[in-house]
Design a binder for this molecule. Structure first.
Ligand code: AMP
Ligand code: MN
Ligand code: MN
Length: 323
């Protein structure tokens, strides 16, 4: 299996197909949604039947980007020629859709996570792409499709979210050049940013306040940990699917290098979100715990732990990173 087939090979396989299904990861973020929907829109422009297959309600933050791309309807997704996993590279990142994914005659992975290993028929895993949407930006013209304002807006949403609004170290000259091209196509960057970042429910912000209230600094102030429990959700009216950005806010604390947020999904299943500022590789840390991600944004899921036990275990592990 090759880590990288060429984008030309992937484009050729997509051009041959009639029906293509796109599979973004669970807990969709702007990049998973933007990259998969942009590719979906482009494939439709090329005359294909294409859908983004999802397995959960779209998070509020990205729902506005869906113009009929996303579906859970099995009638629409039967007998795909090609199935593409987008912005992820493991079945456990789209667990309920694994069986459907495997019905595709050909499978493709398009991703930029450093922990992704090639596992499908065709793979394009580019660790230094700031967002999977950047890869999609390069792939679409190879399909013979012109990027229009709609497709461009989806790509822009992917890039702006995964680069932390062009702040993170994954942001390159190329990232800015692509963004500039998208603006030239008429993409309304400020409108997209308002939808992504200035459109919060009050309940989400109240939940954020509780998370900060609960936050505990450790490792001499170089790390911070907090959690979201069922009780906090109930008391604030916040939802687990709208906590995007909170781990980043914890990381923003002066002196903090690593931020960790525990999300109690069900009793004893905890999703762990990690962010680092400069030097610590949280992808390696997450991989050791069965997850993965990027150097500065990664995560994993713990089963069989209470929030307290998970917290203590992680504090100990993170303290060791600073020894
Ligand atoms: P999150 O904290 O959920 O925003 O995730 C941060 C980054 O880590 C994203 O790029 C995710 O795709 C990745 N990630 C999160 N959880 C996992 C996991 N369990 N396995 C692999 N990658 C993950
Ligand atoms: Mn993602
Ligand atoms: Mn991404």
């Amino acid at each position: 299996m090759k880590k990288n087939n060429s984008l030309d090979e992937i484009a050729a396989a997509l051009k041959k197909a009639d029906t293509v299904l796109l599979f973004p990861h669970i807990s969709m973020d702007g990049d998973a949604m933007g990259a998969s929907s942009a590719l979906c829109a482009a494939l439709r422009k090329a005359g294909k039947t294409a859908y983004v297959v999802v397995e959960e309600k779209l998070p509020d933050m990205v729902a506005f980007l869906d113009r009929g791309y996303c579906t859970e309807d099995p009638k629409l997704t039967a007998r795909p020629d090609v199935c593409v996993c987008v912005d992820c590279g493991e079945y456990k990142r789209f667990p309920k859709r694994k069986t459907l994914f495997r019905t595709g005659a050909l499978s493709v992975c398009i991703d930029h996570h450093k922990t992704t290993e090639p596992f499908l028929d065709l793979n394009f895993i580019k660790e230094d792409a700031a967002a999977t949407a950047e890869i999609v930006y390069e792939l679409i013209p190879l399909l013979g499709v012109e990027i229009d304002e709609e497709i461009g807006s989806l790509i822009y949403a992917g890039i702006v979210t995964d680069t932390g609004k062009f702040q993170y170290s994954n942001t390159t000259r190329k990232t800015h050049l692509i963004a500039a091209e998208l603006l030239a196509l008429g993409v309304r960057a400020s409108d997209i940013s308002i939808m992504l970042y200035q459109n919060e429910r009050m309940e989400k912000l109240l939940l954020g306040a509780r998370i900060f209230d609960d936050a505990r600094l450790f490792a001499d102030g170089r790390a911070v940990i907090s959690c979201i429990t069922e009780k906090m959700l109930k008391e604030t009216g916040g939802r687990l699917d709208e906590t995007d950005g909170v781990t980043e806010s914890l990381r923003d604390i002066r002196g903090v290098e690593v931020a960790c947020l525990l999300k109690e999904k069900t009793a004893h299943t905890i999703k762990v979100s990690l962010r680092s500022k400069k030097d610590v590789d949280v992808a390696a840390f997450s991989e050791k715990n069965g997850g993965g991600g990027h150097t500065k944004a990664a995560g994993f899921t713990l089963n069989g732990y209470s929030v307290e036990d998970a917290k203590n275990m992680i504090i100990q592990q993170i303290e060791e990173l600073f020894l």
